[in-house]
Ligand binder design. Structure first.
Ligand code: ZN
Ligand code: ZN
Length: 188
């Protein structure tokens, strides 16, 4: 069993076409592929009155409540919601870097999502942020070159970014982390 997986989508990510109808909170809970499981659906799919039901179902299942926040446009609003942690899309623009400070001020963990896919400049990320090694995306870029220089600057979190039941795994992320010499940080 994995130690943790905090980046998982479910059918609450209604605008994400990669999510299948079978990817429910109930199924993720039943599969129990990690000791600590967190659900992190897209915040922009939850703001239209769906967050309360989302939070209730996840807490009843005994899982952590996260959200994936798509950049600075959502940062001011998301801090008003009762989540346990944030997963943040930080594109290479000033407003996104500034949003990280806003999220960190909440005192909750802030995970920088798949930075290798968003051209995030890790030199501009506050050291309190957690950096994600994402099983869905890590292999798509030169991950050694991207993450290697920062391996002693940050704490790292490994994630599946599962959108379908058979994505509930982290084999590639663990391989990459091991090759770089990164040890996973357990958040909760
Ligand atoms: Zn993402
Ligand atoms: Zn995601």
């Amino acid at each position: 069993m994995l130690q943790q997986d905090l980046h998982i989508h479910t059918t609450y990510s209604t605008h994400d076409s990669a999510v299948v109808p079978e990817q429910t909170v109930a199924l993720v809970t039943a599969v129990k592929h990690a000791e600590i499981v967190g659900i992190s659906d897209h915040f922009d799919s939850l703001v239209d009155g769906h967050f309360e039901e989302y939070e209730r179902e996840i807490r009843l299942a005994g899982l952590k409540v996260g959200v994936e926040v798509d950049g600075h446009a959502w940062a001011a609003e998301v801090v008003n919601y009762n989540v346990d942690y944030y997963i943040f899309h930080c594109r290479d623009q000033n407003a996104d870097y500034h949003s990280l400070d806003k999220l960190l001020a909440s005192g909750k963990p802030v995970i920088v999502a798949h930075p290798n896919m968003l051209d995030t400049n890790l030199n501009r990320i506050p050291p309190e942020c957690l950096i994600e090694i994402n099983n869905r995306y890590v292999w798509r870029t030169d991950w050694k070159q991207f993450y290697g220089p920062f391996k002693d600057h940050f704490k790292f979190v490994l994630s599946s970014d599962a959108h379908q039941p058979n994505w509930l795994g982290q084999a590639v992320a663990h391989y990459a982390a091991e090759q770089i010499g990164i040890q996973e940080h357990i958040v909760f």
